[in-house]
Design a protein around this ligand. Structure first.
Ligand code: SAM
Length: 268
């Protein structure tokens, strides 16, 4: 039996909530949520008598985001022990760039509580739609922006890149202050090891409401600092490929269109 639903609310307001998420919210005795969408609370209150906003409890200025996440996870598990089932509803997809659901899963496993994961529309979906990029044509690489610096992650310049959490780069503490231009210097220097001078990149903020447009800021990599004040926590950075990888195995390319080869690799 499910004691905890980990449910995604989508990106573009409640219009992106799936029917299965809505059914779970209705079935829950309490919905605890982390989402700053304009209509989220009003919407949740129509489905469930007890709705708890965890945002203010989770994100405190100057405090580690991780300690806030632990607090949120404990609140969800306590509610599930007291009056199951409960739903933990989060912005986007519940398991994408989100720590608290993983903490909930770990605690629930130790306590023998059943967990059901209900996916939501993620920023991956909306950002790719805003850019009109098919992630399968040249592949896709995705990293968390600070993690790129920590591990000096190599980037593959022929593969489109999505870099998450570009706004809060270089800190694990919560802050609502805008960035100074220099905040991005180390990140730019790292990317310059893989991408040519003047490479045009885009910062994307998908619409948080169906009536608003997506925000797409395009600029040469080196000029990122001049957009520091605009790059809030909701932006994802997109780095397009700098070149197209050439086909190396020409025989494999010819085999793709050979009927004889198809017969050889399939059973009749
Ligand atoms: C804590 S993560 C949450 C991601 C969310 N669970 C999801 O599935 O998209 C926050 C990061 O997601 C990305 N993000 C969230 N909302 C976005 C939006 N409206 N447009 C673009 N990126 C967004 C940004 O990279 C942001 O820093």
């Amino acid at each position: 039996v499910t004691a905890i639903f980990l449910a995604g609310l989508g990106i573009g307001s409640v219009t992106q909530v799936t029917r299965e998420v809505e059914a779970a919210l209705r079935a829950s005795k309490e919905v605890l949520f982390l989402d700053t969408g304009v209509a989220t609370r009003t919407y949740l209150e129509q489905l469930c008598p007890r709705v708890t906003d965890l945002y203010a409890e989770t994100y405190r200025a100057g405090k580690s985001r991780l300690s806030g996440y632990e607090h949120a996870a404990i609140r969800v598990v306590e509610a599930a022990l007291d009056h199951p089932p409960v739903a933990f509803a989060l912005h986007g997809h519940p398991l994408i760039a989100a720590t608290p659901p993983f903490l909930v899963r770990e605690m629930a496993r130790a306590l023998g509580l059943g967990v059901k994961i209900l996916p939501g529309v993620s920023a991956i979906d909306t950002v790719l739609a805003d850019l009109g990029v098919d992630p399968v044509v040249d592949g896709i690489q995705m990293f968390e922006a600070s993690d790129v610096l920590l591990r000096r992650r190599p980037l593959q310049a022929d593969v489109p890149a999505l870099l998450w959490q570009i706004g809060p780069i270089e800190t694990a503490l919560h802050s609502e202050h805008v960035a100074r231009p220099e905040r991005f210097d180390r990140f730019i220097a790292h990317l310059r090891r893989y991408y040519p001078q003047g490479h045009e990149i885009a910062a994307v903020y998908s619409a948080p409401h169906p009536l608003l447009p997506a925000q797409v800021l395009r600029f040469p990599l080196e000029r990122m600092g001049s957009h520091a004040a605009e790059l809030h926590h909701g932006f994802t950075l997109y780095v397009p490929p700098a070149f197209r990888r050439p086909v190396l195995d020409h025989e494999a390319a010819i085999r793709l269109y050979s009927a004889a080869h198809l017969r050889a690799i399939t059973a009749v």
